[in-house]
Design a protein around this ligand. Structure first.
Ligand SMILES: *Cc1c(COP(=O)(O)O)cnc(C)c1O
Length: 241
């Protein structure tokens, strides 16, 4: 897959087609599924090419790399939405609270509190999702299903944040039901939170799940935002760590 301007536009068209077809098969409206183009490791020029092809929401994993791109594309800032989808250390919360529109990877109250305190007063509250560990291995980030309600309750009360929903990165799977099961558990977890958190007014309108390989399974299970990198920008160079 090439990563020049026209191939990014073609890739985006193909991904939008996949989303439309999956929505049709699931009896859902494609308006209810946002495409987040995951631009990690891509140069700012690739983001500009995607923007020219009508893509406005971008996901980044590495804070410093993202800040460089946000800076390089400062003139386009009003048309861009920047989402942090990678792990966040507490020493980076201030720059993230200042520069991003969304953070999908909140899995600890301490990080959420810092983001809330450090969100500049002139900006709208930072949109956050809680990252849930749906595959259950100790090595992966994400809050457990058991600890999710308590964390959600606490985060919903933070004034600098809007709790939009849940995010997950399931273990890769090839078989359809194996792809769907973790996405279904995430949807059920969000549905269970809604009545509990209703008094807080948290929107809880977002299920951030599905990537290049499994976006159809995620949409079938109710994804409202799919995070797609490879299918938009091509294969990434391998990165250590
Ligand atoms: C890299 C990444 C993606 C995109 O993955 P692809 O398989 O390239 O579509 C989505 N979500 C997260 C959290 C990622 O780190």
């Amino acid at each position: 897959m090439e990563t020049n301007r026209s191939s990014i536009a073609e890739n985006l068209a193909r991904v939008r087609q996949r989303i439309a077809r999956a929505c049709e098969e699931a009896g859902r409206s494609p308006e209810h599924v946002t495409l987040l183009a995951v631009s990690k490791t891509c140069p700012a020029g690739d983001v500009a090419a995607a923007l020219a092809a009508g893509q406005h929401a971008f996901g980044e994993n590495y804070v410093q790399e993202a800040l460089d791109k946000i800076h390089a594309l400062a003139a386009e800032r009003p048309r861009l939405q920047w989402h942090l989808i990678g792990p966040l250390q507490s020493n980076k919360t201030r720059v993230v609270a200042e520069a991003f529109d969304w953070v999908h990877s909140v899995d600890r109250l301490k990080i959420a509190q810092r983001l809330s305190e450090q969100r500049p007063a002139g900006l709208p509250p930072l949109n956050v999702c809680l990252q849930v560990n749906v595959s259950g291995e100790a090595s992966k980030s994400g809050v457990s299903f058991d600890e999710l309600p308590g964390l959600a309750q606490a985060v919903a009360g933070l004034p600098g944040l809007r709790l939009r929903g849940l995010m997950a990165i399931p273990e890769p799977a090839t078989e359809a039901e194996a792809q769907r099961a973790p996405h279904r558990r995430l949807r059920q977890a969000l549905e269970a939170l809604r009545p509990v958190l209703a008094p807080t007014g948290a929107p809880l309108d977002t299920l951030s799940m599905g990537m290049s390989a499994d976006l159809e399974a995620a949409i079938t299970e109710g994804a409202t935002l799919v995070r797609v990198g490879t299918a938009v920008f091509g294969e990434r160079p391998r990165r250590a760590g």
